[in-house]
Design a protein around this ligand. Sequence first.
Ligand SMILES: O=C(O)CCC(=O)C(=O)O
Length: 452
Amino acid sequence: MLNWSNSLGHQPRKISIMVLSSHSCTSATHTDCTGRVAGAHPPPSMSSSTAFTESSDHFETPTMDLEAPTLLQDITEQGGYAYVSMATLAAAGDSRAAEAAREMAWEQLHSGPWHSVLPVWRDAYSMACLHVARLHFSKGELSESLRVLDMGLIMGGMLLRKDLDSAVDKVSAKARDAGAVSEQLAKRKLVRQDGLRDAEVLQSLPFKSLSLKLVGRRPSLSLEGFLREYFLSGSPVIISDSMAHWPARTKWNDMDYLRRVAGDRTVPVEVGKNYLCPEWKQELITFSQFLARIEANDFSSDAPTYLAQHPLFDQISELRNDICIPDYCFAGGGELRSLNAWFGPAGTVTPLHHDPHHNILAQVVGRKYVRLYHASLSEELYPYTETMLKNSSQVDLDNIDEIRFPKVHDLGFEDCILEEGEMLYIPPKWWHYVRSLTPSLSVSFWWSDCKN
Ligand SMILES: O=C(O)CCC(=O)C(=O)O
């Protein structure tokens, strides 16, 4: 799967980021925007030099200051002379040049499939974002500055990541002091207990739901018990009481808290029934706008907005501090591969697919229906044949075409309603379908074992 972040990513989500339209320079095919001019030479100064002095309306960029000469040299070698000219002017405080450099790097990010984008252009994009954000910051345009820094975090390379992170901290702190976070929503709970229309919710589930084998629940499951009884045999289990100590359990149901720590941050969201539908698309919006959409979402919406499979906790450290890595993720002696957020209104659907890693799906706020088919049932679940989609089933569990997919009807599965405060262990390669029954905030922890 193409992933626009730096994380792994195995579902074919986030493919269409290449044509996102939140930026004025979105052509997916135009490759010419670096201004490659035969015989043109890079400008004499290659430094990101410091026309700025440290003050409260300036943020430091020590990594960029150090790396700029080499990075600009690498960009020159790729023919990006115009980018280098603009970035040099930007470093001296020219805001139009800073925007132009960002546009040029953006075009390069959209010049072909994501995996073929040269890493140097991702770093070039981060550099231009730092320049643009710094200029906004110096004019007191804090929301705009944060938006651009987030774009750098989401789309840029790793080289200047530290500068982006520390700039975000500085701008966010100033925005908070200034009370700049927009106040669009009244103080509210994300999920209200009186709002759970159980009968209506249950009717929305796929055929035979909750009528065969239910995933077992285990309170107080020790790491050893988890290893012996579930991990080694590759069996799913719900661990029902091991996240009570997470600050997120109390904080994330508070819209006001979420708005305060993340409201002005830009996040990628998916809009549409699910990622296999043709009308599905991606957008970049602020977290406040996202929360407003969750609030406005009526349960029946067929185009919910879903912040799905996004490494939000690499981007927003306050939210990272609210969660804890479950000890279970150390089973097998492998490595933690990725932490992803899955935030959305009631009615989001992640269609039937499998992932290569062990997974703990932690349900922080709200509830979700999850159906699991054993890894050995792949053939009966009719995976797509295209490489990008081959971990997804062609079967739409919400509307099964029994003529095309006759084997599905009689297959055994396990399912459950994953309640707030519970974690579900999904073994590698097990097929899973997930539907949110309320507004829902979950976190997935993917890890490998030492064989893998
Ligand atoms: O919660 C969801 O919508 C999907 C979660 C998922 O597919 C995963 O954790 O791998």
